[in-house]
Design a protein. Structure first.
Length: 290
C-alpha cells in the first residue's frame, strides 16, 4: 500500500501570495453540530434560515459587497445561544441571539451598512478545521486551534472551509481581514505577537481578503504595514498596483509565472497546474520601498 499524500505537504514551495478569495463581508455564524463537506448547504438548519442567509448575502451583493457565509464554533461553548460575527469594511461586529429563529429576522444589510454596535478592536482568529471537506484542515488545523486558544482564549474559533486546503493550517484574522496559510503550531508565538500588535505576518500571508488577488500579492512583496490601495491597472494575471503609505506612494508590478507549478488542490484530487505571482522588475522610482 502506498503512503498517503496530504495536499498540504505535497508542494511546500508554492508561494502563498495572492491566493486568498476576495471577500468584503465575512458572515460568521455559530453552528455546533458536525460540519459536513458542504456545511453551508448540507446541515440541520431549517429551510427558512437558509433562505434568510441566501437573501441577505444576495442583498449585500446588490450593494457591491462580496459576502461569504461561514460556520464557526468553539468546543467549550454550549447552551449559550447563537453568536454572529460580521467582518466588514468598518470592522468586526458581534451579535448574540437566543436561537436561529431570532437570527433569521436580523437585517444583515443594515447591520453591515449602518452598524448599531461598536466594533471589536481585539484580533479574532478563525482556524479552518473542516475535516469533512478536506482531511488536511482537521489534521493540521486542530493543533493550531489549540495553540492559539491557549494564548488568545475565546477570541479563537474553528471555522468551515476558507479555501485552499493545500495551504493548511489556514487562519483568518479579523478585523485585519487577512488570510494566512501554513500557520503551524511552531509559528504560533511569532504569528500571535505580530497580529496582536495589529501588524501583518507577511511570511504567512496569503492576502488581505479586502483586496483583489494581484493587489494581495503586491502587498506581500512590498512587505509594509499600513498600505492603502490606490489603484490596480490590469487584471489578476498581470497588473500595476499602486498603494499609498505613511512614507509616500508605493507602486509595484506583479504577474503570474509563465511556467506553471503542479500542485494537489486537495487530498485525493488529481494534480493541477497553478501559476503563482512574482514581482516584476521596475525602474519606476515609486516602486522602491521607503
Amino acid at each position: 500500500m502506498s503512503e498517503r499524500v496530504y495536499c498540504a505537504e505535497a508542494e511546500p514551495r508554492e508561494p502563498l501570495a495572492g491566493t486568498a478569495d476576495p471577500v468584503d463581508v465575512w458572515i460568521l455564524i455559530e453552528y455546533r453540530p458536525t460540519w459536513r463537506a458542504r456545511a453551508h448547504d448540507d446541515n440541520e438548519l431549517p429551510p427558512e434560515f437558509r433562505a434568510w442567509l441566501a437573501a441577505g448575502s444576495a442583498a449585500l451583493g446588490a450593494q457591491g459587497l462580496r459576502a461569504r457565509p461561514q460556520f464557526i464554533r468553539q468546543p467549550t461553548r454550549s447552551g449559550l445561544g447563537v453568536r454572529l460575527l460580521l467582518g466588514t469594511p468598518a470592522g468586526l461586529f458581534e451579535h448574540d441571539f437566543a436561537d436561529y429563529s431570532d437570527l433569521q429576522v436580523f437585517d444583515l444589510v443594515t447591520a453591515v451598512m449602518e452598524p448599531a454596535v461598536a466594533p471589536i478592536a481585539a484580533p479574532h482568529y478563525f482556524v479552518c478545521t473542516n475535516g469533512q471537506r478536506d482531511v488536511c484542515c482537521a489534521r493540521f488545523g486542530l493543533p493550531v486551534f489549540e495553540a492559539l486558544t491557549a494564548v488568545a482564549g475565546e477570541r479563537v474559533w474553528q471555522v468551515t472551509h476558507l479555501g485552499g486546503h493545500r495551504f493548511a493550517p489556514n487562519v483568518l484574522v479579523l478585523p485585519q481581514r487577512a488570510l494566512y496559510g501554513r500557520v503551524t503550531p511552531d509559528a504560533v508565538p511569532a504569528f500571535l505577537e505580530t497580529a496582536e500588535a495589529g501588524r501583518l505576518a507577511f511570511p504567512l500571508l496569503r492576502g488581505r481578503t479586502s483586496l483583489p488577488r494581484a493587489a494581495q500579492a503586491a502587498e506581500v512583496f512590498i512587505g509594509l504595514d499600513d498600505l492603502a490601495l490606490e489603484s490596480v491597472a490590469g487584471d489578476d494575471n498581470h497588473a500595476e498596483v499602486a498603494f499609498s503609505a505613511p512614507s509616500g506612494p508605493v507602486r509595484i508590478s506583479v504577474a503570474r509565472d509563465v511556467t506553471p507549478l503542479s500542485v494537489l488542490p486537495s487530498c485525493g484530487a488529481e494534480p493541477e497546474d497553478v501559476r503563482p505571482y512574482r514581482a516584476m522588475p521596475s525602474t519606476d522610482p515609486l516602486s522602491k520601498r521607503s
